[in-house]
Each structure stands twice: as structure tokens, then as C-alpha cells.
Ligand binder design. Sequence first.
Ligand SMILES: *Cc1c(COP(=O)(O)O)cnc(C)c1O
Length: 469
Amino acid sequence: MNKRDLLIKLPKVDDILNDIRIQEIMEKFPRVTVVDAIRCKIDETRKLILNTSNDNLDKFEIDLNILVDDIIGVIEKENQMKLRKVINATGVVLHTNLGRALISEKVLKDLSEVASNYSTLEFDIDTGKRGSRYSHVEEVICKLTGAESALVVNNNAAAVLLVLNTIAKDKEVIVSRGQLVEIGGSFRVPEVMLQGGAILKEVGTTNKTHLFDYENNINEETAAILKVHTSNYKVLGFSKEIEIEELCLLAKKFDIPVIEDIGSGTLIDLSKYGLTYEPTVLESLSKGADIVTFSGDKLLGGPQAGVIVGKKIYIDKMKKNQLTRALRVDKMTLIALEATLRLYLDENQALNNIPTLRMLTMDKEKIREKAMVLYDKIIKEVSKFIVEFTEGYSQVGGGAMPLTNLPTFLISLKSSDLSTKKTEELLRYNDPAIITRINDDKVLLDVRTIKENDFDIIVKALRAIENRR
Ligand SMILES: *Cc1c(COP(=O)(O)O)cnc(C)c1O
């Protein structure tokens, strides 16, 4: 066939529009999107014909079915959600780049029911009058933590900012030099202090801060003592920091409040389940902290939020601060947070239904069984990979428990015809993307963070990699 005949054979936009599969996809996507994709494909094919040398024209085929396949592929790819599901095979449970804490399925039910209907967001059923959006979640927070009062804002960074701005504007806040933390590059204690309008009074040294360091720096300008949990690092060796009880006793003598930013804000003592000890909210309050702040989407396993708990006199002031409006959370957050917190009313229910806790506390034997299921599926279906079953470690992530390695089982993959980097890349280009890590020139899959429902997707992706053109 010559170029002219091929060009004549090229279908017109209308021919393709009449295809039954294109008709179907028109119900899902706007007509212009579909027509644009068809035009593009026809133009592309026309150029291909024109650029093909005459010797190769014989092999050139125009197959309407293949054209339609390609067009549908392009439409679906270009119109999929940019913010979308990925499969986390890294074993990092609170993976900050992959969305930190997963929302519990149980919580999703409440989220869908309440968010897609009118709700009691700012309505008091008993009085028929305007209510407060914060009251619903405040009740359950106080019940779980023993706090007098609570307030929820956008994230823990906002919580610390609001606390400082309310309690310590233009006044001094004492912080140990060992606790001037940076979290994730954007939360830095000295900077938050500045933004909040408070004056940072740093005391002690990087490795050691004594009680007298605090005491010697208290004066008329002192508004509070701030203790920051060093969530993402530990000062080890010749080091000393003052426990919250002692700080509170000192502060009481001078009648100033103690603020504790505990970061992760776990409500359960996770050391019972073999994890590193992290201060719980209840503990911090019962040891005397006046105000405690923590994140909703770290170890708590809820939506992104910052929770402030503590004495009513302080929280009431914060509620009236103009900043609170700017840091206010949406109903989606409030619903998800309340529903997550309600799971904590029964510890077992929390452990079983909150994905973060379930993944972190999963016992080693369970992980071995889970990994074995995936391993068996993979070895049955692939032939161009060396597949091994090995032991290794998962990470907590989210800047929590930095020194903790959680024993896990891994499946390692080494392709016989692709580099490890290429294998990692092709898994990442899969839909949904499969995010893995590389170690010792092998791609590793850690089942701790993979849902069992996704096993077949992984197997299919590996097969597609083997069979790619
Ligand atoms: C994580 C963390 C923050 C920041 O919390 P976000 O909810 O991410 O804003 C602040 N302080 C400490 C100690 C933290 O661990």
C-alpha cells in the first residue's frame, strides 16, 4: 500500500465516535475530552504514515480496534485523579509522602453518612439554636484524656502556634536547647515561636538541661515553660532532660503554665505491644502539664489535625483568639477525628480498626503468614524474577520512634532482564503505583503496609512487566 491509500484508509473522527466502546466512554467523560483524544490519535497516526519510509509501508496497518484501545487508554490516564491511591510496599507505616495515617474503614462510614448530609456541625439539637463546631469532638477528647477542655485546629504546628500566640504573645517562653526540634523541614521550634509572637528563651545545652537552668531564667517576662518531645531524634549518652513532673512543680511555684508538645499524641501506651515507649496524652496531663498539643494523623491514626487539651482557662482564651478562625478545621476532619476517637473508647476496637495501630502492632507470625501468601502468589505467576522470602525491618515513619526497627518479612525481587532501578520504576508506573524500596540491588516488598486485597494487583503488575513489549 502506498502513503496515499493509507491516508485514505485513516478513519475520520465520526467513524471512531460511532464505535460502541467510545460511546460507552462518552458517558464517563465530557464529549470534548473524547473528541480531542480522537483527533490527537488520528493526527499522530497521520504523521507516522508520512514519516514511514516507503519500504516499510507494507507492514503498516490501520486497525480500528487498536486505535480505540489507545484512545481509551489516553482518556483514562489523562483524566484520572492526580491525588490517587498508591500501594505502599515500603513498610514505612506513617509514610509522610504517601499520606501518613490511613483512615479506618469504620470511620469512612461515618464520614460518608455525615458529610453527604446536613449535620449538627454548628447546631444544637437540644436548644434548636446555634452550636459550636468544636463541642462534638471536645467531649470525646476530654473523656479519653481526662482533660478539662479541648480544641482542634488544622495540624499540630497550628496547635503550637495558637498556644504560643494566646499564652505568650510578646512574652518569654523557656525551652531547653536539647528540644529545639525541626520536624519535616517546616516545623521548627524557634520559627514557630517567632510566628506566634513569643520570645524564645533557650536554656541549658544541647545534651544537658538542668532544673536550675529553667529556674534561673524565670522572670516577670516569662509566660510559660515549653517542653517539646524530640519525636524524630534522641539525645543519647551524656545527656539529661527534665521530666514533665519536675517542670510542673517548678512552674507552679512561679504560677506559670507548662505547655507540652508531645508530637505523636498516642492515647495508648504502645510499649505494651512491643513498641518504643512514647508519652501518652493522659500521662502528660496527669503529671501536671497545663496544655498539651499533638497531631491527629501520626500514632493516633486519624485525619490531619492538631489537638490542644488542657486547663479550661487557657483553652477558652484560645477559642477567642482571632487566629483560631484561620486555623479552623473542616467538617470532614471533625467527623473523621470524632469517629476515630470513638474507637479508642475500647482499646481492642482501636487496635483492630485503626490501620496505623493494626500495622504497628501486627505480630511477627501474622506477618510471616501474610508474606507467605504473597510469596506463593508471585512464584506461581512469574518466571523472569528471582523471588526470595527474607527477614528485615519496617519503620514507624512520620517522625515517630526514630530508633525503632519493627521485625518483618520481605519478598525480594531481582529481574533476570531488567535492572533493579528499572523494576522499581515500572512498578511505580503501574496503575495503581506500587511504591517499593531497593536494598542490596533487589526490589523489596514489605507486606506490613500492603493490603491483602492488593496482592493480586502486585502479581498482575509483575506479569505485565515480564510481558511488556
Ligand atoms: C510532628 C510534630 C509536629 C508537627 O505536627 P503536624 O501535625 O505535622 O503539624 C510538631 N511537634 C512535634 C514534637 C511533632 O512530633
